[in-house]
Design a protein around this ligand. Structure first.
Ligand code: APR
Length: 253
């Protein structure tokens, strides 16, 4: 299974990747639904819905400012770097769709990134929709004020019950529908519409690879399910083919 997945990925010109919180776990950023995850400690209804923000914007901003500081102090890990390298190899045919709002893919060098759920380092005006990057954490006191219309700004992330950015979702769906190989890494596949991207690819004839230490609803559809972490899985998947390894590396007969 791994050998075929390596060959498929090596030969593919159109590759679509979907990442979730699991790819940033090795960078020390908590996931959501694992033991110790954010939704085990905090209620979604108190921090990640428009109603929570309308009820208590200060509390929601304090929570996002706390996450923003943690994320800015984190560094991209080897899995982020390997995906940036894969993008450099594949060029135009490569699309990286992420549910993460941590920006670590871009900090690792990925450029062809579609952020489905926004980015924690950006704010959006509640009135005129202007978007601005947040100042560095040490110089940031929420809530930011819109430089254009002076209204209060909110985190530029997608909350539960909100629509995803239309263009981003359309581009992500197209990438997965057209992919020869779809690679889904570090997501519980619990939240739509991102969770369906792997299925679209599979139904459109793509070779589907999943990397996750745990099974997910997508696992039964995967041609190759690597039950391992993002770093180990990508290193295994992107390892040079055995015949390319110098003699010395081949296992002794
Ligand atoms: N490598 C790969 N996968 C990992 C690792 C790792 N080192 N550690 C954990 N995982 C896997 C877990 O097994 C789990 O399947 O990452 C997944 C994390 O799942 P969630 O916490 O549900 O995160 P995610 O799938 O990204 O959530 C989707 O839900 O709360 C919303 O907006 C939020 O974007 C998020 C969305």
């Amino acid at each position: 299974m791994l050998k075929e997945a390596q060959t498929r990925l090596r030969e593919a010109t159109r590759v679509a990747v979907l990442t979730g919180a699991g790819i940033s776990a090795p960078s020390g950023i908590p996931t959501f639904r694992d033991p110790g995850g954010l939704w085990k400690e905090f209620r979604i209804e108190d921090y990640a819905t428009p109603e929570a923000y309308a009820r208590d914007p200060e509390r929601v901003w304090a929570w996002y400012a706390w996450r923003y500081r943690k994320i800015q102090a984190a560094r991209p890990n080897r899995a982020h770097e390997l995906l940036a390298r894969l993008e450099a190899e594949k060029g135009e045919g490569f699309v990286l769709v992420t549910q993460n709002i941590d920006g670590l893919h871009q900090r690792a060098g990925s450029r062809r990134v579609i952020e489905l759920h926004g980015n924690i380092a950006r704010a959006r005006c509640e009135w005129c929709d202007a978007r601005v990057p947040l100042p560095p954490p040490e110089a940031f006191t929420p809530p930011p004020t819109c430089p254009r219309c002076t209204s209060r700004m909110r985190p530029d992330v997608v909350w539960f019950g909100e629509f995803l950015p239309e263009k981003a979702l359309a581009a992500a769906e197209r990438a997965f529908a057209e992919a020869e190989v779809a690679l889904v890494i570090g997501t519980s596949a619990a939240v739509e519409p991102a969770a369906s991207l792997g299925r679209y690819a599979r139904w459109s004839g793509a070779y589907l690879i999943e990397i996750n230490p745990e099974p997910t609803p997508l696992t039964p559809l995967a041609h190759c399910a690597l039950r391992m972490g993002a770093v180990e899985g990508l290193e295994a998947l992107l390892a040079p083919p055995a015949e390319d390894q110098p003699e010395g590396d081949l296992p002794k007969p």
